[in-house]
Design a protein around this ligand. Structure first.
Ligand code: PEP
Length: 249
């Protein structure tokens, strides 16, 4: 049985007072949930204050990105050990906004994924096709490339702890959600690929999340798919009311 994960990606939103308020409301209402993992991924600047608020609850902390080196001359970057030091358990890697606006490549995602495992951070590795790629029938080929290149060289042991998020780029922040059938088709394909790379049994342990305009009305249909093990939630994670409804699916 794979334990579902609902992760909130706050993106570049929330100053400290709002972040503390939101994390506090979530802790009060969902801080004792044990049958699914709740992960909050706020911006770097409020990681520490959110960590303080959720301390003692079952809610976990994640970051939205990191560098692939432990330290060094990389002005403006944040290292994996810095995230660990501040109390992160998870880190989102290869989000389509990182790929689109900051030139992140599968090779970079691969370096980040490897270092994450080596220091005990759980990577949530994002993959997904653009609208033109879907319309020209390239979806599965694009996903295959991103999975094979982004996850190459991981050990079978590491693979079991991996989290993958299928996020069709056309569904992120657009209000257009993939249908449960569309999500299941790609996520089943991802698990098949993971089976080829890491062995069938290990692939069964890997959580594969769906992300893209998840809201309280569409989450339960998505979660009923065999290969949808949770959600990566952007917009709907910014308000306690909607995120709590998504968590409750
Ligand atoms: C995301 O940023 O990962 C995301 C899925 O955003 P949204 O839910 O707003 O589409």
């Amino acid at each position: 049985m794979r334990k579902p994960i609902i992760a909130g990606n706050w993106k570049m939103n929330k100053l400290s007072p709002e972040a503390v308020e939101l994390a506090g409301e979530l802790k009060n209402k969902a801080g004792g949930i044990a049958d699914r993992e709740i992960v909050l991924c706020p911006p770097f600047t409020v990681l520490s204050s959110v960590k303080e608020v959720i301390a003692g609850s079952s809610i976990r902390l994640g970051a939205q990105n990191m560098h692939w080196e432990i330290s060094g001359a990389y002005t403006g970057e944040v290292s994996p050990t810095m995230l660990k030091d501040i109390g992160c358990d998870y880190v989102i890697l290869g989000h389509s906004e990182r790929r689109q606006y900051f030139g992140e490549t599968d090779e970079m995602v691969n370096k980040k994924t490897k270092i994450a495992f080596s220091i005990g951070l759980i990577p949530i590795v994002c993959v997904g096709e653009t609208l033109p790629q879907r319309e020209t029938g390239e979806t599965l080929a694009v996903i295959e490339e991103q999975i094979k290149a982004g996850l190459s060289g991981l050990t079978e042991e590491e693979s079991k702890g991996l989290v993958v998020a299928y996020e069709p780029v056309w569904a992120i922040g657009t209000g257009k959600t993939a249908t449960p059938d569309q999500a299941e088709e790609v996520q089943r394909f991802i698990r098949k690929l993971l089976g080829q790379m890491f062995g069938k049994e290990n692939a069964q342990a890997i959580r594969i999340l769906y992300g893209g305009s998840i809201n309280p009305d569409n989450i339960s249909a998505l979660m009923s798919c065999e290969n949808v093990d949770g959600g990566l939630v952007g917009g709907a994670s910014l308000k306690a009311e909607s995120f709590l409804k998504v968590i409750g699916y």
